[in-house]
Design a protein around this ligand. Structure first.
Ligand code: ZN
Length: 159
């Protein structure tokens, strides 16, 4: 068994769609970033790569590369899952927490879980997404951005 951890944060920016967990959420601001700036899928991608000792998302999908400009981050998750399997691992489960003061994430958790399960090719029962606020504290509490943390567990005979 192997475990990986991932963390990511993006600042709000006007004029962009808000995408979290592969779900576009109606909101007055989106998140700034080179790709679609999806903090949840980026944290999950890092957790998977980390568990397989394959580095991080920046190594596999460098920011500044025009191929990834405004990219759908589901692609990162799919490719990370492929590389993890190529290295001889199976994805046992993933768990994540989204940290956001607003908008409310809870109503979208089921849709995010379905997106993640599909991208990883694992059952929805092996994917868990949670959300919490920061009780008004810090940059998330002030509504400056959204963060996410994730863990991934792999099983197998990896290289
Ligand atoms: Zn990111």
């Amino acid at each position: 068994m192997r475990t990986g951890i991932g963390f990511d944060a993006h600042a709000f920016e006007k004029g962009r769609p808000l995408v979290v967990g592969g779900v576009t959420i109606p909101h007055e601001r989106g998140l700034a970033g080179w790709s679609d700036a999806d903090p949840l899928l980026h944290a999950l991608t890092d957790a998977l790569l980390g568990a397989a000792a394959l580095g991080d998302i920046g190594r596999h999908f460098p920011p500044g590369d025009s191929a990834w400009r405004d990219a759908d981050s589901r692609v990162f998750l799919r490719v990370a899952a492929e590389r993890v399997r190529e290295a001889g691992w199976e994805i046992a489960n993933v768990d994540a927490t989204v940290l956001a003061e607003a908008p409310r994430i809870g109503p979208h958790v089921a849709a995010m879980t379905a997106v993640i399960a599909e991208a990883l090719g694992i059952p929805a029962g092996s994917v868990n997404v949670k959300a919490t606020t920061m009780e008004g504290m810090g940059f998330i509490g002030r509504g400056e951005g959204i963060a996410a943390m994730a863990v991934a567990t792999l099983s197998g005979e990896g290289t």
